[in-house]
Design a protein around this ligand. Structure first.
Ligand code: GLN
Length: 540
């Protein structure tokens, strides 16, 4: 039986270093709790001043993830959706920018009745209000709040103070704080070091928060002695010291956390008794498939942010899901679009079984993308173009098949002679950059007898978008005369959402982002089909 004092709150903080994987730990814990029959959600609080990551370059914090409702969010929300198979929304991501914007708007309205507006209590009150706000979406049993940044950062202080107050307000036994830290390994000494963890836990204590559970990221196993030492100096029980050892795949982390009994410790601290035990049968089967593939293929991922893996996070994860569905290991080979030219391309493409041209913005590297698409088209290599990748496929076809040498997108050349890709009408009067693209889920109607229909097995789908430009209607008939197929369209506006080629084994361009909807439980059909086509290509 579920107790009355729900929801319970879990806060996840990070210490010692960034990039320890708070998002994965949060999602893994959520997965375990979900598998125990609890209704769980996760929200992310980001301490930066941008209103959302939509205006950030991917080099800053990686990919910008887009939710169904069209919110541009932190990439951790992608992990939440992929692990839990739930849909997140605007309510799952809050930034310092949003908090200040709300408070300042209230101040302008005179809502503070002449008071001095300050970080404490006004900013912290707004943070506390938002911690609870997500409960309006649904009645959750457990709300996990991941605090971005590292404890000790100046910008994290208001969040830490708000969490301190919040815990006091909801009372003992209704919240836990999990602190994720790093145990560096000094190879010269052959030892794992606990001092940075001790300092970071103390830093948290200075702000009035005792961490209840310490999750230790480590390259080596913790022995009992080390666990005892961390427990003693961080003021927690030994069972609350959780090892999080490097895993070969992030999808193993829920299993590792189950072995460490993280969920048991959390439930005990939240006074949640008699909750069914966790069952991860399907999850285990999925991980087994990832670890024991029967085949292997290589897909070239052509983009301009390839130096940073996080820039294409959802695409990489989609390949893992689709690979498991096909019993295939997909080696994604990052290829910098700026390095591709007619001379280098044969060597670069030698061992690739499929080509994905990535989403993106701006002119840098587009000629390399167009050249890659030409090769994929001419040599019958399976090709998936996502958003900008689809637009580049239209440009390639226009230049090389229609003979429109000057074909381009008006994003790259505003005065180009053949603007086969142009700005959507609805975008033309927009001046502000933030949150103004065509965003979120839109319906798409699919033609019978198309590759799209084969992939989706249905006539209507809904996929997520993030773009300002689109295929120019003026060129549709010329393109289709020469064999380009427009197999998916928005039923209300007629915007072309999917393109294919008639005489190619697998050539698919999508104006939307299928990668945002792939989950462990429901691998995205476009990726599943693409991987299969690449495997066929390899075997032939
Ligand atoms: N830059 C293109 C547009 O705005 C493509 C965007 C994308 O790839 N997400 O239409």
């Amino acid at each position: 039986m579920k107790p009355k004092s729900l929801p319970k709150y879990i806060f996840v903080t990070g210490g010692v270093s960034s990039s320890l994987g708070k998002g994965i730990i949060s999602a893994s814990l959520a997965k375990l709790l979900q598998s125990r029959g609890l209704n769980v959600t996760i929200q992310k609080f980001d301490p930066y001043i941008n209103i959302d990551p939509g205006t950030l370059n991917p080099y800053e914090h990686g990919e910008c993830y887009v939710t169904e409702d069209g919110t541009e969010t932190d990439l951790d929300l992608g992990h939440y959706e992929r692990f839990l198979n739930i849909r997140t929304s605007e309510s799952n991501n809050t930034t310092t920018g949003q908090i200040y914007q709300t408070v300042i708007n209230k101040e302008r309205k005179g809502d503070f009745l002449g008071k001095t507006v300050q970080v404490i209590p006004h900013i912290t009150n707004e943070i506390k209000r938002r911690i609870k706000l997500i409960q309006n979406v649904k009645n959750y049993d457990v709300i996990i709040t991941e605090l971005g940044g590292t404890v000790g950062d100046i910008e994290s202080y208001p969040f830490i103070e708000a969490v301190r107050q919040f815990r006091w307000e909801v009372g003992m036994g209704n919240s836990v704080v999990i602190h994720l830290t790093l145990l560096p390994y000094l190879s010269a000494a052959g030892e794992l070091k606990t001092k940075p963890t001790q300092h970071s836990v103390k830093k948290l204590m200075e702000s009035g928060i005792n961490a209840d559970i310490i999750v230790c990221r480590t390259e080596h196993s913790l022995n009992d002695e080390l666990r005892k030492k961390i427990a003693l100096f961080c003021n927690v029980e030994i069972e609350s010291v959780i090892e999080s050892i490097d895993a070969s795949t992030i999808y193993e982390v829920p299993i590792l956390m189950q072995n460490e009994k993280l969920d048991d410790v959390v439930l005990k601290k939240l006074n949640l008794n008699n909750i069914q035990s966790s069952k991860l049968d399907n999850w285990n089967a999925f991980v087994k498939k990832i670890k024991n593939p029967l085949n292997e293929i290589s897909i070239g991922l052509i983009g301009k942010y390839v130096e940073l893996q996080d820039s294409y996070k959802s695409i990489l994860e989609s390949f893992i899901h689709a690979g498991a569905a096909n019993d295939v290991k997909v080696n994604v080979i990052p290829i910098h679009s700026e390095e591709i030219n007619p001379k280098s391309i044969d060597e670069i493409f030698k061992n690739l079984n499929g080509i994905l041209v990535a989403p993106g913005f701006g002119e840098r590297g587009v000629e390399g993308k167009i050249e890659s698409i030409r090769i994929a088209r001419e040599k019958n290599i399976p090709f998936l173009g996502i958003c900008l990748g689809m637009q580049m496929a239209v440009i390639e076809f226009s230049r090389n098949i229609l003979g429109l040498n000057k074909a381009n997108s008006t994003e790259m050349d505003i005065n180009c002679e053949h603007p086969v890709i142009s700005m959507m009408e609805s975008q033309k009067n927009i001046k502000e950059k933030g949150g103004t693209m065509r965003l979120g889920s839109w319906r798409c109607v699919i033609e019978n007898n198309s590759l799209a229909y084969k992939i989706y097995s249905t006539n209507e789908i809904s996929e997520r978008h993030r773009h300002r430009y689109e295929l120019n209607f003026d060129f549709v008939s010329q393109l289709s005369e020469k064999g380009m197929i427009f197999s998916g369209k928005n039923p209300d506006t007629g915007l072309v959402e999917i393109i294919e080629l008639s005489n190619h084994p697998w050539f698919f361009g999508v104006q939307f982002h299928p990668e945002y909807q792939s989950t462990v439980e429901e691998p995205h059909p476009v990726f599943v089909s693409f991987v299969k086509a690449a495997l066929n290509n390899k075997n032939n």
